[in-house]
Design a protein around this ligand. Sequence first.
Ligand SMILES: CC(C)(COP(=O)(O)OP(=O)(O)OC[C@H]1O[C@@H](n2cnc3c(N)ncnc32)[C@H](O)[C@@H]1OP(=O)(O)O)[C@@H](O)C(=O)NCCC(=O)NCCS
Length: 182
Amino acid sequence: MARSKDGSIRSACQGDLESILEILNLEILTSASNFHWEPRALAELEQEWVAAQGSYPWLVFEHDGVLGGFAKASAFRSKQAYGWTAEVTIYLAPLARGQGLGQVLYKALLEELKLRGFHLAIGAITRPNAASESLHSSLGFRQIGVLPEVGWKMGAWHDVSYWAKQLNDGPADDRLLPEPRA
Ligand SMILES: CC(C)(COP(=O)(O)OP(=O)(O)OC[C@H]1O[C@@H](n2cnc3c(N)ncnc32)[C@H](O)[C@@H]1OP(=O)(O)O)[C@@H](O)C(=O)NCCC(=O)NCCS
């Protein structure tokens, strides 16, 4: 656990999932930053969290027993060659935004991915989202492309910009050797 910005950053545990869901569902219902239209169910999030255990980090920021936000990684694509690339995302509770916490939490996630031997982190950002684009840019991601009008949410088409950051160089690290898949 790391002390940071008057709180702590640690791995998410099962007991955090309700708070994570609350932050996520608020965003789903009020913005286009997440392309789900309907709130997610706890059981579904639990499945995702269980599947990520041992492979992809999920981190939370906690202050005085309250969860201020989470950052997590997931598989970018399922085919084996993509096994060293992780898709990353971050959501803060509204009151926790705009104070530099995004920087601290996302940086911790990227460091963890680097330690685990991942080669590349990819962020996908629905436009417009100046805060997220600025966050990715300041942490060394570079914009690698835009899918124009790829999603419909809240009565409008939205572009999604893709951002990439290299974490490790050299050949693929055997620790992450994926299970054979179709
Ligand atoms: C995107 C998000 C994680 C950013 O975290 P944050 O703690 O608010 O951002 P920070 O305070 O660390 O600032 C990061 C950068 O964004 C800039 N920024 C913050 N809020 C901004 C805003 N509303 N408009 C423009 N830039 C903004 C900061 O100036 C900073 O830039 P710098 O590094 O060049 O100084 C947070 O706002 C959030 O959770 N938003 C809702 C969910 C979301 O959109 N998640 C991203 C999905 S891709």
